[in-house]
Design a binder for this molecule. Structure first.
Ligand code: ZN
Length: 623
């Protein structure tokens, strides 16, 4: 064999070993997060890694001529490999483990293959390729074995004549305060703003949680996280509560979901009741593969993804809308657009530069850095990162809003928009440098839990209504049930949000819950509003916001005078703390919620305490 051939072979061997280490390493996040990697994405990573290592092997071929040439050659490949890995690593303790130490595992695997090859010529290569293939398949086998089959109605019962369609759209990670409809200075949401004038806009809507999984589970069950049990401590929606998709399918609705958010998947249990689940995130290196090594390197050269799957979601929906007659059974369509989510810079070129003139590479650096900071990395100084982060985040909202417009246009073309209950909202918001933090998930500050919500249904919802009463988006379930005149399928924690449109009560408590993060994601945060080693529960009463922590700490903010939540008044206003605690205790008892430090078996839906109704009436929450 030529020396170039030997160099290439040595590189390829190292590449196969490194890829093998990578695919098996991903079993750790897969088993915790339950998000399946996309097969095309992982295959792309593997091919990239083998090609890169082969190229390094060829370039370093001259070393083979030196004494101990093979060892030198292999050592130099490993060194070059690790240098590239570190240069493109996500700056966080977890992100850098495989970047810093992957070479060591790769060398051990390579060495084992080498020893095997000495016994039988092709044994090492064959064993390597088999283990690599098994590693690609392993997450799918594991998730396949641990995921119950999706429960759907085989045949739809007849629907009520003239039943409206229901379209529920989540603008993932879009906080209310960054939308022009909510008074933001930049015109970020022209499509949403126009829709909001045709329906009711809730000006003070609170999400029940701080991140996608728990929040969508609440949206789909009408329950707070500690009751439905799908949250940071248990990443699966167990059977028990009837989902909105199940309720609507029982009422004769065809149920479909279109999403690029990988949490809306069978492996998390969130697709229960949807007869059709279009998972756009599985295509084109979607889902978790967005953060893969190959993607990061290509991104560094300007060839990274310029979309997070939203374009596919919109296209798939447009195709469906064009093909599906509006004369068939009514439909319930759930869509999630995840374009405002981090990494902020993965946007189409024309959107990325809407508010920033910095070159893509600089924006990418800031974006990856603030992403890493959420997983324990040290973020760039706020004065460097915050401006560009806000510019990119806002641009992501504009792109999300453009996709929303495409979806509404497709509904209009289908000819049934006026007989459609259209709800547009977010699952949670985002911190873009406020309180020194980026992202969402851990903290319970208002930018993370204050979300947009609009309900458009011309026959029943007055156009241009503005609802100032604080409400919880957990009530979306009951609102749909109310608008369709259906029976409630079981206990719902927040009742219909329609009475609030005409000055009535909010229908339930305005609460958010944040459970504890697994040890590997827990951060040594000194900020008690973001401490992931404790559970947090927030409770709103007017402008007052109480935050209780399972470690016993209480915090109190007056949002009317301190919207930035910088002055904790718990010590100086004990009478307010006592009043809010009493209200919260009443709700806890009424809804059968466990105390924040308590235990609960997952999926057991608590009974709602009928006797509590009197006390809630006294608080003005029920009519
Ligand atoms: Zn989300």
């Amino acid at each position: 064999m030529s020396s170039i051939g030997k160099g290439a072979l040595g590189g390829a061997g190292f590449g196969v070993a490194a890829a093998m280490a990578g695919v098996w390493f991903q079993m750790l996040p897969v088993s915790i997060m339950r998000i399946p990697p996309s097969v095309s994405g992982v295959s792309f990573e593997v091919v990239f890694e083998v090609v890169l290592a082969t190229a390094l092997g060829v370039v370093l071929t001259p070393l083979l001529r030196l004494p101990l040439g093979r060892l030198l050659h292999l050592g130099a490949i490993a060194a070059a490999w690790t240098t590239i890995q570190i240069a493109y690593a996500i700056d966080s303790p977890i992100g850098s483990i495989s970047a810093r130490y992957g070479w060591l595992v790769a060398l051990v695997l390579y060495g084992t293959g080498f020893l095997l090859a000495r016994r039988a010529r092709w044994a090492g290569a064959i064993a390597g390729l088999v283990l690599l293939g098994a590693g690609v398949a392993a997450p799918h086998i594991y998730l396949g074995l641990t995921t119950p089959e999706r429960v759907v109605l085989a045949e739809l019962p007849p629907a009520a004549p003239g039943a409206p369609d229901v379209v529920l759209i989540v603008l993932d990670t879009v906080r209310a305060e960054s939308m022009s409809a909510y008074g933001y200075a930049r015109e970020t949401t022209p499509q949403f703003d126009a829709l909001s004038k045709e329906g009711a806009l809730y000006l003070d809507a609170t999400s029940p949680s701080t991140w996608s999984l728990a929040s969508h589970a609440s949206l789909f069950t009408g329950l707070f996280p500690s009751a439905h049990g799908a949250h940071m401590e248990h990443r699966f929606l167990d059977e028990g509560p009837t989902t909105i998709a199940e309720t609507l399918a029982s009422a004769g609705y065809e149920t479909l979901t279109f999403t690029a958010n990988a949490f809306i998947s069978d492996t998390i249990g969130l697709t229960r009741g949807f007869r059709v689940a279009d998972e756009a995130w599985r295509e084109r290196r979607g889902g978790a593969n967005r953060f893969g090594f190959a993607t990061r390197v290509l991104d560094g050269f300007g060839f990274g993804p310029q979309d997070k799957g939203g374009g596919l979601v919109a296209s798939h929906f447009e195709e469906w809308a064009a093909e599906t007659s509006a004369d068939g059974p009514p439909v319930f369509v759930f869509l999630n657009l995840i374009e405002a989510h981090f990494p902020y810079h993965q946007l189409p070129e024309e959107y990325l530069h809407l508010f920033s003139e910095l070159p893509r590479d600089e924006l990418r650096q800031v974006s990856m850095d603030v992403m890493g900071s959420q997983f324990g990395g040290t973020a760039l100084p706020q004065e460097v990162a915050m401006g560009p982060s806000i510019d990119m985040y806002d641009a992501g909202i504009v792109y999300t809003d453009y996709l929303l417009g495409r979806i509404v246009d497709a509904l209009e073309r289908r000819g049934k928009l006026e007989n459609t209950v259209l709800i547009v909202m977010a699952d949670h918001g985002e911190l873009v440098g406020e309180h020194g933090t980026y992202g969402h998930g851990s903290s319970v500050y208002e930018p993370v839990i204050r979300v947009p919500l609009l309900v458009r249904y011309p026959p029943r919802v007055p156009a241009g209504a503005r609802v100032e009463t604080p409400i919880s988006t957990v009530g979306v379930y009951a609102t749909i049930v109310d608008l369709l005149d259906l029976e409630s399928p079981g206990p719902l924690h927040v009742s219909s949000l329609l009475p609030a449109v005409s000055g009535g009560p909010p229908g339930g408590p305005v609460m958010a819950e944040r459970h504890m993060a697994p040890v590997m994601f827990a951060r040594e945060d000194v900020d008690p509003m973001a401490d992931t080693r404790a559970r947090l529960r927030t409770y709103r009463a007017g402008d007052w916001k109480l935050v209780e922590s399972s470690n016993g700490k209480m915090m109190l903010f007056d949002l009317s005078t301190d919207p930035g939540e910088v002055r904790d008044l718990a010590e100086t206003r004990p009478e307010q703390v006592a009043r809010l605690r009493h209200e919260l205790d009443t709700w806890q008892a009424a809804l059968g919620l466990p105390p924040i430090e308590g235990e609960r078996g997952y999926g057991e839906v608590p009974e709602i305490d009928a006797g509590a109704e009197e006390r809630l009436r006294a608080l003005g929450y029920v009519e």
